[in-house]
Design a protein around this ligand. Structure first.
Ligand code: GAP
Length: 443
């Protein structure tokens, strides 16, 4: 993980939030390459959902009526057990003490589980994870609102609006991508558990009785999505929640877990939420959330199958999965270690880099002209500094799938070399054919 965190900073993927002020715990900023990778992940997800005729998209607001969170059960249930170490004053999630390091620098290296065993922890208290703020100038309880801890509720409360405006009928889904906020007691593992993150959620409304079939369907569909973007099959598995693990709304749940360097971790949850959400919103709002089926003349509360992926956690899983170090030949016949981010071309932030082999004989001018011609179609990077081998290595590490080099032959026949990041093989392509070439390779 240390190598990946350091690459993220070096190449402009992820920076610590407010770094010049010492950083803000649990918050991260995406740099020039990171923002492109994140957008590409979200775009792939959005396409996979909304290109279907049975899924509509929405973008709901982050602040919602406070009653939403009473109905959803978050006020009552969205809590973690919290304990304090009386000695070092550090705060822990009681169910995640494990061998977390306990405390202040004076206690560095001490394991929390040991402090617990020695009775240094306070009794566990319930801590609600929702961030509270206030609407308007008065900071009293009547003005309190919450930053949403999941995007799902924005979909549930819009169920009737989407139903009437889009002419969909169950089974159909509503997809949304957006920020969510959780005041996590302990943030950890880089982007894995943060206080501000993005979710990509789809809620699929189905007639009761067909929920198990759709649950199985979406479970497989979501695993397929990660595989289709090149994630290693052996590093993914399902974890089924046992009854004690199930969230308050879930009748059945599977996590898609990825094997990170620190162990298996959830990147997406697939939940059978039954009719819990619509029934609760019906109860709390007084509005009927039932669907009347004109064909069968039945009135029912749809069940919901939820697919809930973290965009930021998926980002980290794609990065970890893409990272590799391998031996590669150098120009003088030796070998060196090259670091490669083997991101799927659809996800890669920059699709091609363009180099002049040397900075003379008109090569930089031709290379710049090629970069200019490609730029309206793909993100492209121009680089003319240092030996060409070094330039290749920089792009390998940034995850750029293709490097285009203008050399002396270009001056003769208008072709350039295109080097493939993964195989390092080079082929000659006519410079006017580069856009269709890249389109075919990155589709
Ligand atoms: N609507 C259901 C829901 O929010 P969840 O399992 O709590 O379910 C879904 O969260 C996904 O959101 C997780 O699989 C994870 O990818 C992401 N996620 C949750 N908490 C997170 C956090 N603190 N930091 C980063 N991602 C988080």
């Amino acid at each position: 993980m240390e190598k990946i965190v350091s690459l993220c900073k070096r190449r402009g993927y992820v920076f610590q939030s407010s770094e010049i002020y010492g950083g803000l715990n649990g918050c991260w900023d995406y740099g020039p390459l990171g923002v492109e990778l994140l957008r590409n992940i979200k775009e792939q997800w959005w396409q996979s959902m909304t290109s279907r005729e049975d899924v509509e998209g929405i973008d709901a607001s982050i602040l919602m009526h406070p009653r939403v969170w009473e109905a959803s059960g978050h006020i009552e249930n969205f809590t973690d057990p919290m304990v304090d170490c009386r000695e070092c004053k550090a705060r822990f999630r009681a169910d995640q003490i494990g061998d977390a390091p306990c405390g202040s620098p004076a206690y560095k290296g001490r394991r929390a589980s040991k402090c617990q065993a020695e009775g240094k922890f306070t009794e566990a208290r319930r801590f609600n994870l929702m961030f509270k703020t206030f609407i308007g100038p008065l900071e009293d309880s009547s003005a309190a609102v919450y930053l949403r801890p999941e995007t799902a509720q924005g979909i549930f409360v819009n169920f009737l609006n989407v139903l009437s405006s889009s002419r969909q009928r169950p089974p159909f889904g509503i997809a949304q991508i957006g920020k969510a906020f959780r005041n996590e007691i302990n943030t950890k593992n880089f982007l894995f558990r943060t206080r501000e993150f993005e979710q990509m959620e789809m809620q699929f409304f189905v007639p009761p009785g067909s929920d198990e079939k759709w649950f199985d369907y979406w479970k497989e569909e979501r695993l397929r999505w990660f595989l289709s973007l090149g994630m290693t099959k052996e590093k993914l598995h399902f974890h089924r929640h046992d009854p004690l693990e199930l969230a308050h709304y879930a009748r059945d749940a599977y996590d898609i877990e990825y094997e990170f360097p620190f162990g298996w971790g959830e990147i997406e949850g697939i939940h059978n939420r039954s009719d819990f959400d619509l029934s609760r919103h019906e109860q709390y709002s007084g509005k009927s959330m039932k669907f009347f089926d004109e064909q069968t003349k039945e009135r029912y509360t749809p069940f919901i199958i939820e697919t809930s992926a973290g965009a930021s956690r998926s980002f980290m899983a794609f990065l970890v999965d893409a990272y590799r170090e391998e031996e590669a030949p150098t120009a003088d016949g030796k070998t060196e270690t090259r670091v490669v981010l083997g991101l799927h071309p659809r996800l890669a932030p920059v699709k091609a880099a363009v180099f002049p082999l040397v900075n003379r004989d008109g090569m930089p001018e031709i290379a710049r002209e090629i970069a200019r011609a490609i730029r309206p179609h793909f993100r492209v990077f121009y680089d003319d500094s240092g030996a060409v081998g070094r330039r290749y290595r920089r792009q390998d590490e940034a995850g750029t799938p293709f490097c285009i080099t203008v050399d002396s032959q270009t001056l003769q026949d208008q072709t350039v070399t295109v080097r493939d990041r993964d195989s390092m093989r080079q082929e000659r392509v006519g410079k006017d054919g580069l856009v269709p070439f890249l389109r075919a390779k990155t589709a």
